[in-house]
Design a protein around this ligand. Sequence first.
Ligand code: AMP
Length: 216
Amino acid sequence: MNIILLGPPGAGKGTQANVLVEHHGMLQLSTGDMLRETRKADTELGRRVAAVMDAGELVSDEIVSAMIDTKLGEMGDDVGAIFDGYPRTAAQAHSLDEILAKHGRKLAVVIELGVDEDALVDRITGRFTCANCGAGYHDRHKQPAIAGVCDKCGSTEFKRRPDDTEETVRTRMAEYRAKTAPILPIYEERGIVQRVDGMAAIGDVTKAIEKVLASA
Ligand code: AMP
């Protein structure tokens, strides 16, 4: 099964994708994660990607679609794909149709995570992760049980995304409204959009998504 998780930054796409990977053995294809790898490299492309991401703007359609094409080519045919943060523009949505057809895959469902924008700014600007195992925490809502020590692996190193500042988050939201939300009608016309309340507790969002998948 191939699915898209759609929603503004901070809606919980990555969190829910992680759960689906664990429960269903699907693979998460996050263009944000792929670009974070790309920006680490001391190359012209790495520097260009870093500048665009730190401004909260979108990286070019060609770059991200090529990444998705490559990843799907490397995956086993029997493994389902969770598209997280892709597509983000109409051009990417059209590319995805072509890429899926090329790899003999079909889109089962687009899950739209509905959220409140002001709450998202609070969510995003407070979030941090364990630098060792990636466990997620939050300044105001989910501190580790022992301050400064990861609950899961005991590491004392944590990191924050450089694009999780309030100013960048506002730009990322504006990009979502202007370029990503308008792709929903493409999928609505096909009757494959399901809306889930992304403001509910993480476990309840997972339950709602599982229900959607069971009937997809
Ligand atoms: P994310 O981790 O999905 O929030 O993405 C972080 C940043 O990476 C975004 O703000 C964009 O700058 C860039 N990015 C991620 N996915 C895409 C995409 N599909 N198209 C363009 N830019 C992207």
